[in-house]
Design a protein around this ligand. Sequence first.
Ligand code: 26Q
Length: 749
Amino acid sequence: METTEFIKQLEELKTEGKTTQELYNEISSLAMIFGLRKEQRPVVKNAYYLSMEFLIGRSFFNNLMELGVLDETRNILAQKGIDINIFEEIEDAALGNGGLGRLAACFLDSAAGLGLPLQGYGIRYRYGLFKQAIENGFQVELPDDWQRFGDPWSIRRENEKRTVRFADMTVTAVPYDMPVFGKRINVLRLWQAEGDEEAQKISEYLYPADDTEEGKLLRLRQEYFFSAAAVGELIEKHVKLYGRKFHNFADFNVIQLNDTHPVLAIAEFIRILIADYQVNFSDAVEIARKTFAYTNHTIMPEALECWDAGQVKKILPDIYALLIKLHLKQKEDFDKLNCSEEEASDMAIYSSDRFSMANLAVYIGKTVNGVAKLHTEILKDSLFRTAYRYYPEKFQNKTNGITQRRWLMLCNRELSELIDNTIGKEWRSDISLLCGLNGHIPEITNEFVRVKAVKRKQLFDYIKKHEGIDIPENFIVYSQVKRLHEYKRQLMTAFAILEIYKGLKDGTVKDFQPSVFVFGAKSAPSYKRAKAIIKFINEVADKLNSDEQTNKFLKVVFVQNYNVSYAEKIVAGTDVSLQVSTAGLEASGTGNMKFMMNGAVTCGTMDGANIEIVELAGKENNYIFGAEVDEIEKLKTEGYEPAKLMQKNALHRYAVSALTDGTFSDGGTGCFKDLYDALIVGASWHKPDHYFVLHDLQSYVEALLKINTDYKDQKSFATKQLKNTANSAFFSSDRTIMEYAEEIWNITD
Ligand code: 26Q
C-alpha cells in the first residue's frame, strides 16, 4: 500500500453512525497494513531488550506520525467533520510504572528511527498500571482495562506460542507483536500467559511498585515466565539458522537486561544449553558472558531484587540447581582472585539463603551500566565497588535519553514549527542539528513566548476539563510530575508552597508573578507515607485555591491519573521543571530531559542527569540549589538535626507544623502525624528527615522566588528557556541508543 493508497482508503472510509471506538479500530488497522508494507532488510545481529515494563502510552498519534500520515489523517477527518482529538479518549497502554518503563519505550522508538535492529521482549499485562482517582484528597486505585477499545496495534502470533514450565504448573506463552515503525520496523513482542486460571494470573497485572516489595511468588513467576519464553525462542531460532552450535551465538544476539527483573534469563539460558544441547557448564557460562549486558536503574538497596532460595527451589528446581552451580563457580573464581571473605560476600550470587539478581547480573554481564554520569560513579564507588575493583572493564555509563519524536515533535508541534522556521527542518532527522538554534535566540524570543503561551493555554484547558480547576492565562507554570517517592521530595515542594503562601499573606513576599504549581504522581498502593503526601498536597491545594486573598497569585493543582498522555500536555506547557530529589538518589530522571527539550528551566538539585543538563544548558540558565552529594554524606556522618532547623526558622515551623496543628485534616487516619514524626522524630529505622527536606527547604524557596522575579524580564527569561531547548540534543534517546549500539551491542543499521 502506498501513501496515496492509504489516503484514498481513508477518504473512502464511511464514518457516519460509527463510534469513536469503531473509527479508532478501522483507521488503526488501515495504518497497520500501510505500515507493514515495506520489505525488511535482513540483519546479521539483533539486540534484544528484556524488560518487565514498556510504558508505551498512546500508539495512535505516534504511529501515524512515524508513518508520515498524521497531518493528512487529521485533515481528511476534519473534512468529514471529525476532530482527530476524539481519539484521546482511547486508553494509554500503561504497561509500566514510570521511568524505567518509559525509557524502554523511548529506546524502541529511537532504534527503529535509526534503523537499528533492536527488538523488545516483555509481558502483555491484562491490566496496566492502575488508574488513579483522587477522592477526598486520597488516592484511589482503579483497574486499567487498557484493551477496552481493542488492541489494533498488536498481532497475536498463534503459531509461535511456547510452553513455560514451573514445578507446579505449565503455562502457555502466546506472543503478541507490536510493530515499532521507523526507518526499520522492529518488534515489541509481549507474552501473554494462557492455560488454567492459575496460569492466566501470571500476566494479569503489572506490579504497581517502583521499588522492591520482598519476594512475592507471583512476581518471581512473572520474571521467569517472560525471560524463559524469550530466551527459549532465541535459542531455537539460532539452532534453526546455524545448527546446534553456540560458539557463535553472541555474534548474532545480544541481550540487554533492563534492571534485575529479567536476570533469571541468564540462568535459563545456561540451563537450556546444558540440558537440551549438551553444552558443558563452563562453555555455557562463557557464551552467556558474551551475550548478556546489564543496566542498573537504582541504588536504593531495598530495590535490588533477591529471591528466597527455598522459593526458587520449590517452583523452579532446575534453575535453583543451576544458580547453586554458578555460586560454586563464583566461589572458585573468588579464591583464584584472592578475594577477602567480605569482598566475596559483597559480590555473592548466593548468601543468607537468598539469590541476588544484581550480583548474578554483574558476575555474568559483559557490561554493567548506570544511567547518568553521577549514577555510574556511585555504582563504581559504592553499590558495586567490590565488583568494580575486580572487573573494572565491565563498567560503563549510558546517560539516559528521551525520544524527541513523541516528546517534542508530537507533543509540541508549535515549538517544532518555530524550530523549522529558524534552522530548517533537517533537525527532525538529525537531532544534533538542534544546537543551531543557539545562533538565533535573540531573534525568536518573542515567537517563543507566544508558543509557550499557546501550550500553556492548551494545558490549562485540559486541566479545566479533567480537574475542574480554572487557571488564568498569565500564570507561570511550575511542575513536578513523577512517581511519588519520599526521595523525590514532593513534600518539600508542598512546604515551599506553604512558605510562599504565608509570605503572600503577611506581605513579606511582594510583586509575586501569579503562579500555579502542577503536581502529578501515583503512589504504590502499599506505600503509606507516599499516600499521605498525596493527601497533604491535595489539602494544601484546596486551602490555597479557595483563599480569595491569595488565589489570584497562587494556585496548586494535583492532576488525577498522571500518565504518558497527561505528560505530553504538561511538559509542553510548563515554564519551570521541578527536579528536587535528595542528591545521590535519583539515578537519572528522564522527565527532566522532556521539560528541558520543551524549553522549561530546571529548578533542581545536583542529582542524576540534572548535573548534565546544567552542564550543557548553563548553570546561569537554570536554578540549582540544595546540598550536593558530598555535603549529604558529610551530614550523615557528622550529624543532622532537622528539629533545630525547624526551631530556628519561623517559616519552616509554620510549614511543618501545618501537618499536625489542625490546619489540615488527614481524615482521621493519623497519616500526617506519621509524616511529621518521620521528619522530626525518625521512623521506620530511619533517622529523622532521612531525605534532608528541612536542610534544602530554605534554598529551595529562595530559588523559586528568584525564578519568579527573573520571569518578569520576559526576554531574558525566554532566552534561558530557549538555551535549554537549543542544548537538549544530547538528551535524545537517539544518542543514547547509538552509544549502546556501538559500545555494548555492536550492531549497525
Ligand atoms: C521490583 C520488585 C517488585 C516489584 C516492583 C519492582 C520494581 C519495579 C519498577 C523496581 C523498580 C522499578 C522501576 C524503577 C525505575 O523506574 N527507575 C528509574 O529509572 C529511570 C530510567 O533509568 C531513571 O531515570 C530514574 O532515575 C529511576 O528512578
